[in-house]
Write a protein that binds this ligand. Sequence first.
Ligand code: TYD
Ligand code: MG
Length: 471
Amino acid sequence: MAKAVTRYVCQECGRVAASYMGKCPQCGSFNSMVEEMLQEPAPKAGTVRGLGGRTMPRRIGEVTVEAEPRIEVPIGEFARVLGGGIVPGSIVLVGGDPGIGKSTLMLQMTLAMAGRKRVLYVSGEESERQIKMRADRLIGSQTAFPQELFLVTETNLQTILEHVREVKPDLLIVDSIQTVYLPEFESSAGSVSQVRECSAQLRELAKAHGVSVFIIGHVTKEGAIAGPRVLEHIVDTVLYLEGDRFQAYRLLRSVKNRFGATAEVGVFEMRENGLAEVPNPSEVFLAERMVNVPGSAIAVTMEGTRPLLVEIQGLTSASQFGNARRNPNGVEYNRLLMLAAVLTRRAGIKLAEQDIYVNVVGGMKVDEPAADLAVAAAIASSMKDLPVRADAVLIGEIGLAGELRLPGQMQTRLREAQKLGFKTAIVPKRLRKAEPWPHDIHIVECRSVYEALEMAFALERREMPRGRQVA
Ligand code: TYD
Ligand code: MG
């Protein structure tokens, strides 16, 4: 028999408690517990959710692995992040800040897909008319709308599931998970229990009927998918759409993928008629660069398996009132503090009375330590008023002693730099020679930041002490 249960659920992390607590014991947030009533159905004995029939252990050698059949996605950058297409019956979470372009991306994909697959686009945020207007803009005037794309504005999940039964789509888009609710739960849409239950039901739909489900989720300021991180393990794939709202570039990043490599990245540009793919992002990020100007250095970061060249700008200016400020945009604040300290102490660049600004061009976020050297060089370059060699990239993590450390995937990084026409790479010294480095880029190996900066500011090529050319 069903009975009503009162429980308290942390809206941040989903921790359930029997009584109210001022501070969540799991995530430590205050006043995040909310009382919820639910009718708990009596558990059915012996059934496993989402899995029908009896299971049977098999020897690992006997398990056949046919390639997963995939639904082809006509947007290359999107397909790449998914690991090569949509797996039928999979459930994908697309997260991101409000206004970043999640609905646009999904609508664009469905418009492109709908010629081949039946698609149901459920929106709890916009009316059908609004979606149509956006679709008009995305599709332009030249093409007719696909027959197989259905729109509905609905937030009651039960009604949505009824629509699914009627329309029988191959693809279901739920925009967004924070707006849908199940009436049998007392809590409001967007609360942890609603989000969790709704996505569990959508998951069952995906697994039992082979519908591929895309759930859109807004991200809170703290960076977790609104409230519930609970969502992340219910779904097969988690994609984040990131970028600076005031910049055109958007990165679609996979942070979890049961059907492909994680940390894969797709790059898009937000245009008037939707998101356009950027197949060669490094070129785009470097396009507006001014060469031979102090305060700029090129870093080679890895976004998943993909090398990305980004320009890092630094500016120092004497601070007022003895209160030096550090303003990073695109790099981490604490990393900047550390780099400033290392430059001051280990490279003789006195930054104590300087305001420091660092900017990663294109609204990119660079959190890889491999970009340390480029950040340090950009700052030092501004401070010394000397440009970094225009044909050089700088790669390397900086340690507290001012030493340079070798990041992974050097070969890929160097090859990308060379492909984009860079002639020189200033890199940490290799202590073990594991992988061969490319020949056709001049590699300058340095032990310390001090040494690397010397090399970076050597203006003429002949001034440069000959680095180890790798055979
Ligand atoms: P949207 O997809 O609604 O964001 P989300 O669903 O993540 O909240 O994107 C909204 C932003 O995208 C809005 O500020 C306008 C911009 N945009 C364009 O620049 N070009 C376009 O073609 C479209 C459809 C949106
Ligand atoms: Mg939206």
